[in-house]
Write a protein that binds this ligand. Structure first.
Ligand SMILES: [Zn+2]
Length: 348
């Protein structure tokens, strides 16, 4: 891809609806936090630590991918560290003209020094609010439950998210190992979100097949699906996703790295778009996947021949799928559609 095309892609206004806070911490920040907290790291400096935090092209498996969270997972147990990571995430996505970001984190994973679930979530919210003021990126938090956590721990997360919905928490998610932990097990944990009408998005169809997507929709009431790459393995599930107009939060670079898809030639994004699915494009983990929104869209142009017009439509799909109230969503839509028109892209 030529530099001028990349620069144009960078300038387009965008959303990122699926990005994990812990997978997006800058190596330099990990180094500083570890030093301040007295945690010994296996290598010196940001450059030394980068290979321990990013998978690169040769990622072997999901296990390899998940190992890259190891060091970061030790430093994000204070309000200051969480706030800083969220603020810097806004700063990083602003460089790619992301105008709206939904940042997810699993509060139970950040309680090693005694923070409550509410404190963890509010620290991230504060970082995003500061990020909005400094970089003009509107941000919301998604509180993630973990598949391998007990129902009670997940229910605590969902109840906190419901409590904090007017304070910057937009939705709840279910993440973690997909195989062996079917969505049905978590029905009880998500009940408070369903009762309160708080949006639910579920990681599904990444490490497990279409039955996981189906379960996320039918058992847990998911309004969006995280990844959903393997939805096409079952025709009826594909129809269900289409019928209910369920947005898929696809994360191309990550999906190839974790082997959710065996390779670019088998990655179904073009066929999902052509079948009329609400495909959105996201990063998953800025640092672990070593990616950004410009790179994601650039790869779609290179590997699948997406035109700028089609990229514009994917961007608008992201706006439509945002967990914002109608007033805020229309303001974001107006702004983004107008800016896209400035680049000769008319998306609806
Ligand atoms: Zn994810």
């Amino acid at each position: 891809m030529q530099a001028k095309d990349r620069e144009l892609l960078r300038k387009l206004p965008k959303t990122d609806l699926h990005v994990h806070l812990d997978g997006s911490v800058k190596p330099s920040t990990l180094v500083e936090l570890a030093e301040a907290q007295g945690i010994a790291l296996p290598a010196a400096g940001a450059n030394g630590m980068r290979p321990y935090m990013s998978v690169g092209e040769e990622c072997g498996s999901l296990v390899d991918y998940l190992s890259k969270f190891h060091w970061v997972s030790q430093v994000l147990h204070t309000e200051d560290a969480l706030e800083r990571a969220a603020f810097e995430l806004a700063e990083q996505v602003a460089q790619h003209n992301v105008r709206y970001v939904e940042v997810r984190l699993g509060p139970q994973l950040h309680r090693g020094k005694g923070l409550t679930v509410d404190e963890v979530l509010l620290a991230a919210v504060r970082g995003l609010k500061r990020g909005e003021a400094a970089f003009g990126v509107k941000g919301r938090v998604i509180a993630a439950c973990l598949r391998n956590h007990p129902v009670a721990a997940n229910r605590e997360v969902v109840e906190a998210a419901v409590r904090l919905r007017d304070r910057g928490v937009a939705a709840v998610d279910l993440a973690g190992p997909e195989a062996g932990y079917p969505p049905e097990q978590h029905k009880e944990a998500f009940a408070p979100a369903i009762r309160a009408g708080l949006p639910i998005t579920i990681h599904a169809g990444e490490a497990a097949g279409a039955e996981s997507v189906r379960g996320a929709l039918l058992a847990l009431g998911a309004r969006r699906i995280g990844h959903g790459v393997r939805t096409k393995e079952d025709e009826a599930t594909l129809e269900l996703v289409k019928e209910r107009r369920i947005p898929l939060e696809m994360c191309p670079v990550s999906n190839i790295q974790t082997k959710a898809s065996p390779g670019w030639d088998r990655y179904p994004i073009r066929e999902y778009v052509e079948q009329g699915l609400a495909v959105t494009v996201n990063t998953d983990n800025l640092t672990v996947s070593d990616t950004d929104m410009t790179k994601e869209y650039g790869l779609l142009m290179e590997k699948f021949g997406f035109t700028l017009q089609e990229i514009g439509q994917l961007i608008v799909n992201g706006v439509e799928a945002a967990f914002l109230d109608e007033t805020e969503k229309s303001a974001l839509r107006r702004q983004i559609v107008h800016e896209l028109q400035g680049y000769g892209i008319s998306a609806v």
